[in-house]
Write a protein of this length. Structure first.
Length: 329
């Protein structure tokens, strides 16, 4: 279900011992480990990718002014959320969208932690994330990276694909640049659409482009792993409370530190990181429902609104107030 370990800042991210997963294609394009210089753009951004220079949706309190992010939803399309961003210095802490995350890297290179490993997503690659998996994100180059994502709730994806149970084995696909280009163009087009019928048509085309990467049969090892479903249910039901390790271990029927080892082996994050990700996702849903940030912090177990602002921005790239404004239909 869920995963990564914390990147509280870009500097801290450098300390990760795990080496990023680099494919042969990446090594061929970027043979040197010294990739801090700006990567040449061999695709005309004006023809396929719009400029974000005038993008509305820059958080008022973004830590670094060159970092920009924006969400968008469409009335009548529950379980579908659009996102675009250009990030240079911000490092996203472990978070979840409780949805499949599909996107393309338009410029630059992203490094992110997913299921216990660091991965590299270069320009013109496709990102495929399973729901409930914690992940991080930061730039691998000094010039940052620009990307677009669409988040689809599993029920929404099953309705569109008519194939329940999709999942994706690899989080990055970089060997099909033509498909990445098509997906980028579709994600750019769907962002601009307000007409529901046109939106549905583009949504169908996006899902169709992703079908070659999807697997439908259940992963054979999944049934053998203890999923800690009761523990996650307990977290969801007690977001506003102070939870200690003993509480969670008791729910799982294990000793505290045996539970801790088993939980980290399964989810690749600590229980606290998981709890914070669930709290911030719950806050995200409350904001989308129109609740005020001032009313949300206590409801999800955070100390105050300032704590909510910091934690939300670290995970989603925008302030709670700006996110609430962006997704208001």
């Amino acid at each position: 279900m869920l995963n990564p370990a914390g990147l509280e800042s870009r500097r801290q991210g450098e300390a990760y011992a795990a080496q990023p997963v680099r494919t042969k294609a990446f090594k061929k394009k970027y043979p040197s480990r010294q990739i801090t210089k700006q990567i040449a753009i061999d695709l005309n951004p004006a023809s396929v990718f719009p400029s974000f220079d005038n993008m509305q949706g820059v958080p008022e309190q973004f830590e670094f002014p060159e970092d920009r992010a924006e969400f968008r939803v469409i009335a009548g399309h529950r379980g579908v959320e659009l996102y675009r961003a250009r990030i240079v210095r911000h490092a996203f802490e472990p978070h979840t969208h409780m949805a499949f995350g599909f996107g393309t890297i338009e410029r630059g290179v992203e490094r992110f932690r997913y299921k216990g490993n660091d991965h590299i997503a270069p320009e013109k690659s496709i990102v495929l994330m399973n729901p409930d998996v914690l992940h991080t994100g930061r730039s691998e180059t000094a010039s940052g990276w620009q990307y677009r994502m669409i988040y689809l709730h599993p029920d929404a994806l099953a309705e569109i694909s008519e194939e329940p149970g999709w999942w994706f084995a690899e989080p990055v696909m970089e060997d099909d640049r033509a498909r990445a280009m098509r997906l980028s163009a579709l994600l750019e087009a769907i962002w601009r659409i307000d007409d529901p019928l046109t939106f549905d048509g583009l949504l169908f085309r996006i899902v169709s482009e992703l079908r070659p990467y999807a697997r439908v049969a259940r992963r054979p090892t999944e049934a053998k792993l203890h999923r800690f479903e009761s523990v996650l249910d307990y977290m969801h039901a007690h977001l506003d409370r102070r939870i200690v390790l003993g509480d969670l271990a008791a729910v799982a029927g294990l000793s505290p530190f045996h539970f801790l080892r088993q939980f980290q082996a399964r989810h690749h994050v600590t229980p606290h990181q998981m709890l914070m990700a669930l709290r911030l996702h719950a806050a995200k849903e409350m904001l989308a429902a129109g609740q005020r940030p001032a009313d949300i912090a206590a409801a999800v177990g955070l100390t105050d609104q300032a704590h909510l602002n910091r934690a939300f921005r670290c995970r989603y790239g925008v302030t709670p107030a700006r996110y609430r404004q962006q997704v208001r239909v």
